[in-house]
Design a protein around this ligand. Structure first.
Ligand code: BT5
Length: 332
């Protein structure tokens, strides 16, 4: 009897559970084999490549394959005028920002989007590296061609982080917010980073590429050791432990980015800053401001100015306004 129970029977029970956990005891009763036999078969199935999660308390769960993630499934969720009307989707690319910068210099339209399932050379700011594991995150860049002075681009960076937070609202993640200028954190850990790059003449912007990297379906083991204390994912933070549909999240982001961008061009920076402040984790907090020349200034984040600069009251009482730099929160 025992030997006649095939692995397919186990897969069929787990599939039937629709991605929920099934206890070892239930499997054992259902299939008429011992719990040890269940465990042995599960181990063999995992070796075959089945993505089965085992939990001593809850039992076994087959990770149902993620909903489709590609150009068509992202397009299906769009309600935009121009953003995302031209999506280039790659299974693998060096960096979506690099790719879109090339396309921008060849004359690509505003709203062109590049998305990749995996980046082999994802970039952060100042030459830093951005870990972009295959299948796990949203690695995406959006092209803007605003009629703006280069000094007004900082506000676009704030707009992008506010747009991402708004798009993530349906996931109901407690404590998600923005550390100035545009790191999105949950419980002090980074879930999203944004890299804004531009090409400009003295008085006018030619193009801006907004690169957005979001850790979506990572489990803790998917992060390299050096990020284990500082990075998190939407899946980890959403607590219900099921795969998040990246297509829906990506299209929501494109939708909300177009909305806030058009508002900025139409109504000015105030509307962006108001939106950004809804998700603020920085203002009112004690911070340490590290400038790129290595100086580290303790103070309190005080306000955002209309040009996107952060106003900091230093611990000695003087006020400084900064356009760039690294903020670390001294308390959350
Ligand atoms: C950023 O830089 O946060 C901007 C990241 C932008 C990534 C997107 S993905 C799509 C587009 N294409 C690109 O090539 N880039 C953009 P920064 O503030 O400099 O943060 C970089 C630092 O974050 C690194 O030095 C690591 O410490 C940490 N880090 C790297 N990968 C991470 C990840 N996946 N999650 C959380 N933290 C990470």
């Amino acid at each position: 009897m025992t030997n006649k129970v095939s692995s397919t029977d186990i897969i069929s029970v787990l599939t039937h559970a629709g991605g929920n956990f099934v206890s070892g005891e239930y499997l054992s009763q259902c299939l008429g084999i011992s719990r040890t036999a269940v465990w042995k078969r599960i181990t063999a199935l995992k070796k075959e490549g089945y993505n089965i999660e085992a939990s001593t308390k809850k039992g076994y769960r087959l990770n149902i394959t993620e909903a489709p993630y590609g150009k068509t499934s992202i397009e299906q969720g769009l309600n935009t005028h121009t953003f995302g009307r031209d999506i280039k989707f790659y299974q693998e690319i060096d960096s979506t920002n690099n790719c879109l910068k090339r396309l921008a210099s060849e004359g690509a339209q505003e709203g062109t989007v590049v998305v990749a399932n995996c980046q082999t050379a994802g970039r952060g700011r100042l030459g830093r590296n951005w870990q972009s594991a295959p299948e796990k995150g949203i690695w995406m860049s959006v092209l803007l061609r605003p009629q703006l002075h280069p000094s007004e681009v900082q506000v676009l960076t704030l707009a992008a982080s506010a747009a991402v937070c708004k798009a993530l609202e349906p996931l109901n993640i407690k404590g998600l917010g923005i550390k100035w200028p545009n790191d999105i954190l949950v419980g002090g850990k980074k879930v999203c980073g944004i890299l804004t790059e531009m090409s400009a003449e003295a008085e006018r912007v030619s193009w801006v590429v907004v690169g957005i990297g979001i850790n979506v379906n990572h489990l803790p083991r998917d992060f390299p050791a050096e990020l284990s204390d500082t990075a998190t994912s939407l899946r980890i933070e959403s607590k219900n432990d099921s795969l998040i549909n990246r297509s829906i999240v990506a299209s929501n982001i494109i939708n909300s980015l177009e909305e806030i961008y058009l508002k900025y061009l139409d109504q000015g920076a105030e509307v962006v800053i108001r939106e950004w402040k809804k998700y603020n984790l920085t203002l009112g907090n004690k911070i340490r401001l590290s400038s790129y020349d290595g100086e580290s200034i303790p103070g309190t984040a005080y306000d955002i100015l209309p040009d996107g600069r952060l106003s900091v009251r230093k611990d000695d009482g003087t006020i400084i306004n900064v356009l760039s730099g690294e903020v670390s929160l001294r308390q959350i």
